[in-house]
Design a protein around this ligand. Structure first.
Ligand SMILES: Cc1cc2nc3c(=O)[nH]c(=O)nc-3n(C[C@H](O)[C@H](O)[C@H](O)COP(=O)(O)O)c2cc1C
Length: 140
């Protein structure tokens, strides 16, 4: 059974809803999913998991949330080289540029990028299916 860490920050619940759908996808494949707030995660927790999903909405100007999520992510990213990682998050008024930059930096750090999912506001039917698919991929 694979253990998957789903680590996220969410201001108004949209990215949190995505995290819960990803967890359902993991569980549907018989995996174990832990939902963890960004502020509660760090390098000491990496060894407990085989794969990871990191979620953060577009904040600032197409940036990751910088008080809780980014400091945590900056710390763990170099330690995730070679590990399977998925990225996800919600956005509203732009078209997902923050996720493109995030994917680029993750791949540049040597992460094995499984896939990414973005949702405009609360996940609609299509984003729901994508989140569940992502969870299933992480559990494989
Ligand atoms: C301070 C702030 C900055 C934001 N910046 C962006 C942005 O640069 N691009 C964008 O598409 N949406 C932006 N948004 C919209 C959020 O990404 C969107 O509302 C998202 O659904 C929030 O997800 P959450 O419910 O998980 O917090 C911003 C929202 C806030 C509050």
């Amino acid at each position: 059974m694979k253990s998957v860490a789903i680590v996220y920050w969410s201001g108004t619940g949209n990215t949190e809803a995505m995290a819960q759908l990803i967890a359902e996808g993991v569980q549907g494949k018989g995996g174990k999913a832990d939902l963890i707030q960004a502020a509660d995660f760090g390098p000491g927790k990496l060894d407990a998991y085989e794969s990871f999903a990191f979620g953060c909405p577009a904040m600032g100007d197409e940036e990751l949330e910088d008080s809780e999520f980014l400091p945590m992510y900056d710390e763990v990213e170099p330690l995730l080289a070679g590990k399977p990682v998925a990225l996800f998050g919600s956005y509203d008024w732009n078209d997902g540029e923050w996720m493109e930059s995030w994917e680029d930096r993750a791949v540049g750090a040597g992460i094995e990028l499984v896939d990414s999912v973005i949702a405009k506001d609360y996940p609609d039917d299509e984003a729901t299916a994508e989140c569940m698919r992502l969870g299933a991929l992480l559990a494989e």
